[in-house]
Ligand binder design. Sequence first.
Ligand SMILES: Nc1ncnc2c1ncn2[C@@H]1O[C@H](COP(=O)(O)OP(=O)(O)OP(=O)(O)O)[C@@H](O)[C@H]1O
Length: 543
Amino acid sequence: MSFSIPAEPNPFDDPAGAEQAANLQAVLTVDRNATLTLGTDALIVLDEGLVHRREPRNCCGLLPQLSKTTRAIPFYNVLWATLEDFEVTVQFAQPTGKKGCTVGHVHYTLTDKSMYAHAKSWVEALLDRAYPSGVKRRKKMKVLVNPFGGQGYAQKMWSREVEPIFAAAKCDIDVEKTAYRGHAVEIAEKIDVDAYDAIACASGDGLPHEVFNGLAKQKDAKRALKKVAVVQIPCGSGNAMSLNLNGTDSPSLAAVAIVKGIRSSLDLVAITQGSQRYYSFLSQAVGIIAECDLGTDSLRWMGPLRFTWGFLVRLMGQTVYPAELSFALETDDKHAIQENHRRFLSEHTASTAKKLSQGSLSASEVSVAAGTSNDGEGLPALRYGSVKDALPSNFQTHDMPTLGNFYTGNMAYMSPDTPFFPVALPADGKMDLITIDGLVPRLTALRMLTNVEHGTLMNFPEVNYRKVSGYRITPRLTEKPSKGLKSKIGRWLGGAGKEKEGYIAIDGERVPYEPFQAEVMEGLGTVLSKRGGVYEFDGPPAA
Ligand SMILES: Nc1ncnc2c1ncn2[C@@H]1O[C@H](COP(=O)(O)OP(=O)(O)OP(=O)(O)O)[C@@H](O)[C@H]1O
């Protein structure tokens, strides 16, 4: 029989002393009598040698006021730290206004050589805080640059704003320019997924779409999509992926977010159309949104305004896009959808805080990290069959002769300030489906438009907001009126043309105006994101 003595507090323990020892571990004293301290969220640099000249306020303004200089560098901004030959260097992302950052550094010499071992463990402790558990250091990345992305500025943005940040963070980079449409599909189809952590697309949303589709063509597609994260360096005209996952469309800020990115799962949507199969990560649009995205070429001179203008013209014309729509409904209770989203976000915040305090990976990250195991062969079978099959029995069908807007999203933001799908979640196994009748009063339609940026569009009774797991849409061909002054002026203003063909956009790319069927493949894709598991839009304000 054994028994244990209950733990008694040791009267010789000195908690204050232990704390002091920990504090000493956090401090590195360097030359110029400066100290580098690991604070709660930031590296604190206290350097008495750095003296500013402040506004002369003393001695009749003749003497400069001397002051100690303290600087706080958030751990999130720390890109790398080294100790080489008694030289300590910390490289970090230094903000340059609201929309960007460059690489800055602090550099000191260790004067007390006996402190070398302490300095070595201090640098490692700094790196542990800069790259907490779950954030991989020195990521290996294949960078694809679309030389035509962002009206031809993508290459410049990559080399000026992003490459120096990846280099400072010691990422292992292999760069390739895409040479033609579809090139990124081929590259991703052939890539050795074991050689990279991520494929980073210096582009708009077109290249990530191609990369997901290329990975989906690999022999061991499921594993490929789990092993390699797809990320966007926002250098295009549409940068929704970066806005949603990293909360920015600034290439340099996104670069830091990628360096610090947490692997997370992303639902992909499998689409069948004719004999084609595509994978969509962002959205599918039929009607007004697709037409504004793809059918306003005559208005290119307007720049980004062309989309809003095209939208308004169609709204005022009460343009309709008749279709038959069938879907597998998960829920259409908007109140329950918003409550569920709020609950998910607060649980995510709580589990992140717990993870940070324990320094451990969350369950979802563990499952994504497991992509290194040999757990997949091909892609999952289609639960609902293809567009060529009979409709599944759990699909409900609606005839929509006056459909104005059909928009399905897998992410919240579709462009800056437009969270069309404010309650979308990255890996909930559901698509967010919006339908709006084309004949809603014009004033209501205008009010809807102004509500999009607040994430409150879904609150309009005229807006159907559903969570679905699959759908089929069969758009009907309609000939728009081609005669008459009104229709001519309409077309000149970028309105709907007389063509029978309409527009369907999948992730912003045009596909044939033919029926298609879609279904969610839960968590099939992998991305890197700032907060891991949630988007950078926190949902509509509570009512
Ligand atoms: N070298 C190339 N020449 C022509 N097209 C290319 C090239 N490289 C990539 N593309 C195509 O450009 C398309 C748009 O790319 P991306 O989304 O990166 O840019 P973007 O600036 O947002 O452009 P867009 O407004 O046209 O979507 C993609 O479909 C891609 O296949």
